[in-house]
Design a protein around this ligand. Structure first.
Ligand code: ASP
Length: 338
């Protein structure tokens, strides 16, 4: 794909070469994200960070990525504080805000809304999550994490990957985008573990099978995670249910803790989660007793989000080759953080 000036709305826009390009640029961002070097390549540029649904990591890591490249961030959070609450259309909001920014990241509760917004925008728009539909930057950082974790184990290839996705696969947009992304690779085994009512949408399962992948669906976790490289847990997407009581029917069904891990998983199985993990006692998706397990990759995964989002900004705003020019070492204390 041509990155410069493009919207990033769906993971389906990428081919395998594009993914390699994003990952290669993300690797080059490490000295900046790891606070060894400072670059001002986006000095003067403005990111419009518009989040109309709750977010911590995605909003802050997009903002942090832009800041680390030297740009400034303007934020809108929630409907109540924006003119959308006064009846303004997405079209009008896009026409106006794209005059104030060089690039926009948007999260919105309605599937397809970010694409509608992008169609009216005068600047590139990135999808920070549109309802239950997609979360393309999360899928990229997830795959980047998978690749890095496997490299640490001495494996260089994503072909032949075995992954279990666990939890709310119906409404979880991160697993939707990740499955679409895995269709670009060969010979992948995807174990889909969810309550029957929250299964992965049929169209996505079909896409995986058409790509030649092995798909196994189950409603039980123990036993189903015994032969996987990655166990990817997800949260019950409470906000997509009619009410909390309905979400409570499923909450806590798949709890992974150290004892279950030891009993069921291979010694190197990597544990991932897009976060936030629901740590309330009635859910406890990933128990705190996993925190010392070296295969718990959830915080490395969140760190990787900054690298991947820096790469996307650098590619879309076409500054990859200028990032290192005029960079300098940091002059404050940064040891032991990464
Ligand atoms: N943070 C992810 C998302 O926005 C996952 C989640 O919320 O459960 O989709």
């Amino acid at each position: 794909m041509k990155f410069s000036g493009s919207h990033i709305l769906s993971i389906s826009q990428f081919d395998r070469g594009d993914i390699e390009r994003v990952f290669e640029v993300a690797d080059r961002m490490e000295p900046y994200a790891h606070r060894q070097r400072v670059t001002k390549v986006l000095d003067g540029a403005i990111l419009g960070n518009m989040f109309f649904e709750p977010s911590t990591r995605t909003r802050v890591s997009f903002g942090c990525a832009f800041n680390l490249l030297g740009g400034e961030v303007r934020e809108t959070t929630g409907f109540e504080t924006s003119a959308i609450a006064k009846g303004e259309s997405l079209y009008d909001t896009a026409r106006v805000l794209s005059g104030y920014s060089d690039v926009i990241v948007m999260r919105h509760p309605v599937s397809g809304s970010v694409a509608e917004f992008a169609a009216a925008s005068r600047v590139p728009v990135m999808n920070g999550g549109d309802g239950a539909n997609e979360h393309p930057s999360q899928a990229l950082l997830d795959l980047y994490t998978i690749r890095k974790e496997l490299q640490h184990q001495g494996r260089s290839d994503l072909d032949g990957l075995r992954i279990a996705m666990i939890g709310d696969l119906k409404y979880g947009r991160t697993v939707h985008s990740l499955c679409k992304l895995l269709c670009l690779y060969r010979n992948v085994t995807v174990v889909l573990i969810s309550p029957t009512e929250l299964q992965m949408p049929g169209a996505i399962v079909e896409q995986l099978r058409s790509a030649g992948h092995t798909v196994v669906e189950s409603d039980v976790m123990e036993g189903s995670i015994s032969k996987v490289d990655i166990a990817y847990s997800t949260r019950i997407q409470e906000e997509r249910f009619a009410d909390r009581a309905e979400a409570d029917l499923y909450r806590g069904r798949y709890r992974l803790n150290q004892a279950i891990y030891t009993r069921n998983c291979e010694p190197n199985t990597v544990i991932m989660h897009p976060l936030p993990r629901d740590s309330r006692s009635e859910a406890n998706e990933l128990d705190n007793d996993l925190n010392d397990n070296p295969n718990l990759a959830i915080f490395r995964q969140a760190d990787n989000g900054v690298l991947v989002r820096m790469a996307l900004f650098a590619l879309i705003l076409d500054v990859v080759d200028q990032v290192d020019k005029n960079a300098r070492d940091v002059n404050w204390y940064t040891e032991r953080r990464f």
